[in-house]
Design a protein around this ligand. Structure first.
Ligand SMILES: Cn1cc(C(=O)NCCN2CCCC2)ccc1=O
Length: 117
């Protein structure tokens, strides 16, 4: 009768920290290289080198369309953005430096959002 057959899956946790983080990422001063998919007309080698492109607009759409099963899936897409950036850009380049800055911002703020939720 009802409750006894309901299991709670930790992974389908509340995605509120993701929405809050998405807002902060899109506003970040160093977000400019990541707001939209890399333009493969301007960077023709990108699709060949980067097997799984990811960007903030795509992440926002996945959140909107309930494509994330867990907070960790969301976090892993952000880490994919930064890993792709390190693969394609020199650390000292403007884009490369932005990628490191966004990763450092994310990991610190993500801990705060998830521990206090
Ligand atoms: C993630 N990433 C981004 C770029 C990039 O230059 N993005 C365009 C940024 N522009 C700013 C105003 C219009 C577009 C290059 C390599 C790369 O890995």
């Amino acid at each position: 009768t009802g409750g006894e057959d309901v299991i709670t899956l930790g992974n389908s946790a509340d995605l509120a920290p993701c929405v809050c983080m998405m807002d902060e990422l899109e506003k970040h001063q160093e977000a400019w290289p990541f707001l939209f998919p890399v333009d493969c007309r301007r960077f023709p080698t990108y699709k060949k080198i980067i097997k799984k492109p990811m960007d903030f607009q795509t992440m926002r759409h996945k959140l909107r369309d309930n494509k994330y099963q867990s907070r960790e899936e969301f976090a892993n897409d952000l880490r994919l953005v930064c890993n792709n950036c390190e693969t394609f850009n020199e650390d000292e380049s403007a884009v490369g430096h932005a990628g490191h800055t966004i990763r450092e911002f994310f990991e610190k703020r993500w801990r705060e959002l998830c521990i206090n939720s």
